[in-house]
Design a protein around this ligand. Structure first.
Ligand SMILES: NC(=O)c1ccc[n+]([C@@H]2O[C@H](COP(=O)([O-])OP(=O)(O)OC[C@H]3O[C@@H](n4cnc5c(N)ncnc54)[C@H](O)[C@@H]3O)[C@@H](O)[C@H]2O)c1
Length: 447
């Protein structure tokens, strides 16, 4: 397994748990050293126990040495990052480097499995690189095997996948990889390489589109006095639509949806297609993050001098991943508007301290709430649903609650004295008196 990140590490541990011998290679020496000492560099429920069990059973090992990892291997999975490039394209630098290193270290026939999300046509690119770099003309095949696991439930997703997709120009090579997954009993789809590559992009783009669709509906609901949470419920009972990914809120983020929609839009546009829907999906997602500023400005007039608590930083619950998290942009926007930001997240604080500046990182939600004029709930961690809101209200300066994921009951929050603002819900309590702290400059700006 090349790459010991969210995908590579989880997939290594799970394949080892199925009884395979797995060697996980990464160029990040600190990461590998930590793993060799039994320290898991990412937050993923259940992963530390599974890594430890399989490492002790000698089925799972970690190395920075391609020679040690690739020599004698039947399969080599590529699970390195494919971040956004400058124009939105998928940056293939890491995958291409991995392919070169694999080829240079091969000692016999090999099946290379592209598990990273690579652009359509990348299978051919990897094939050409390996052909050029092999020290001996060993037979080899490249198979595309897109990954659909979700951070936060990655182990469960590995063992209970909705489907396994394999793309190859050689059916037998795809069948060999399929055999690795047979114990899972999941439906399998074997296609040509490009089709499998497209299944991944189309799936992520569709899920992102569902989120942006409901966020667009939410914006309309706010203006017309409907409640989007019930609209989504009413829509979701329809099996043709389904309830999942219809939660209005502050939009999608993370290491996959934003970059994959961008990369698909890029591929489409440079090949003469006109991907209007993908562009709208991205635009709605950008606007919904900015709506935080607009909503708070609607309450305070301006944000200069206001203290805002950001509750939840990770791009979604149960992960410490901050890549393209809505929180990052929201904190930046708040600071740009002159607000002082306090923040708390149950898992992502260490990453956030390295990424964000001029933020007070609180020890818990109550510490975060102290002196705040408004709280913006950005990530819907379960533990935030159970907060003692009376205690939160007690320590705030003004009680404004912007529930960016609609996890609180508007009436209950109003009873607790909050000015509650949801996403796509009518602002029914806008006229209730709330003791607002309005800073001097905000006052002067609004007259
Ligand atoms: N994170 C997810 O939830 C998820 C889900 C599905 C698909 N994917 C896709 O899987 C791929 C990996 O994503 P991730 O989140 O695991 O990335 P990640 O950044 O967490 O991990 C990538 C790892 O690869 C290592 N690496 C980079 N270049 C290398 C090289 N040449 N040789 C060896 N190691 C190298 C890095 O040091 C890093 O540890 C991406 O293409 C992503 O789009 C991710």
């Amino acid at each position: 397994m090349v790459g010991a990140g969210y995908v590579g590490l989880v997939t290594s541990a799970c394949f080892a748990d199925l009884g395979n011998r797995v060697i996980c290679i990464d160029i990040d020496a600190d990461r590998i050293a930590a793993l060799q000492r039994g320290r898991i560099p990412i937050f993923e429920p259940g992963l530390d126990e599974m890594v430890e069990r399989n490492a002790s059973a000698q089925r799972l090992a970690f190395t920075t040495d391609y020679g040690a990892g690739v020599a004698g291997a039947e399969f080599v999975f590529i699970a390195v990052g494919t971040p956004s490039g400058a124009a939105g394209e998928a940056d293939m630098r890491y995958s291409e480097a991995a392919a070169r290193s694999i080829a240079q270290s091969a000692t016999g026939p090999l099946t290379i499995v592209n598990k990273s999300t690579m652009p359509i046509g990348a299978g051919d690119t990897i094939t050409n690189i390996v052909r050029q770099e092999l020290s001996e003309p060993y037979p080899f095949h490249v198979v595309c095997n897109p990954e659909f696991l979700r951070e936060g439930s990655a182990i469960g997703d590995f063992f209970n996948p909705d489907r396994i997709v394999l793309g190859a120009n050689d059916r037998e090579a795809a069948e060999r990889v399929a055999d690795l997954y047979r114990p899972l009993g999941a439906p399998m789809l074997i296609t040509d390489m490009r089709t499998a590559e497209m299944v991944k992009y189309a799936s992520n783009a569709f899920l992102a589109a569902k989120i942006s669709f409901i966020n667009e509906i939410a914006g309309i609901c706010e203006r017309l006095g409907a409640d989007v949470t019930q609209v989504a419920q009413g829509m979701g009972y329809d099996r043709r639509i389904g309830r999942s990914f219809l939660d209005a809120g502050l939009g999608y983020g993370g290491s996959c949806f934003p970059k994959d929609v961008r990369a698909l839009e890029y591929m489409a546009s440079i090949h003469g297609s006109h991907p209007q829907l993908l562009r709208a999906v991205m635009e709605i997602n950008r606007d919904v993050r900015r709506s935080v500023i607009q909503k708070l400005r609607g309450v305070f007039g301006g944000l200069d001098g206001q203290v805002v608590g950001v509750l939840g930083l990770a791009f979604k619950p149960n992960t410490d991943d901050l890549r393209d998290a809505p929180s990052l942009e929201i904190v930046h926007l708040l600071q740009t508007e002159g607000a002082t930001v306090r923040a708390f997240d149950p898992a992502a604080m260490d990453h956030a301290k390295r990424t964000l500046s001029n933020v007070y990182f609180a020890s818990d939600p109550y510490d975060m709430a102290r002196g705040c004029d408004a709280i913006v709930l950005v990530t819907e961690w379960n533990e935030f649903k159970e907060l003692d809101m009376a205690r939160v209200a007690d320590v705030m300066r003004s009680r404004v609650l912007l529930d960016g994921r609609n996890i609180y009951d508007p009436d209950e929050m109003a009873r607790r004295g909050f000015r509650y603002i949801g996403m796509g819900r009518e602002d029914r309590h806008a006229d209730l008196p709330v003791d607002l702290h309005v800073g001097d400059s905000a006052m002067s700006r609004t007259g």
